[in-house]
Ligand binder design. Sequence first.
Ligand code: SF4
Ligand code: SF4
Length: 114
Amino acid sequence: MTKIELGCCGAYCRTCREYIGGKCKGCKTGYATGERDIRKSKCTMKVCCYGERKLETCADCNDYLKCEKIKGFHGKSGYKYGKYREAIEYIRENGYGSFFKKSGEWKGAYGKLD
Ligand code: SF4
Ligand code: SF4
């Protein structure tokens, strides 16, 4: 399981080129060790999900269906946002184990789930 490399919003850091190439630290790595400070994050979802609620992703949140933060992010124009939503909803329905099996060979932060 690589939940630490899965973004709170559903972007999959482990398979993302920016992360692999070292241009991005990923969503959640470095906070547990003190290398990064969650209070300095500009991402309100991450501050809420990982910082305050201590959840791995928004898929684990009881307030997911009524959350305007995640709804707004997933509803942004751009293909990837819909794919991040699909990842979170897939996890809510099928669990992390199935998600990691399906996403293992992705070449970016999102991919096919069926
Ligand atoms: S948008 Fe926020 S929640 Fe999504 S991967 Fe980036 S930092 Fe994490
Ligand atoms: S769904 Fe909304 S309330 Fe729940 S953890 Fe994510 S950002 Fe926070």
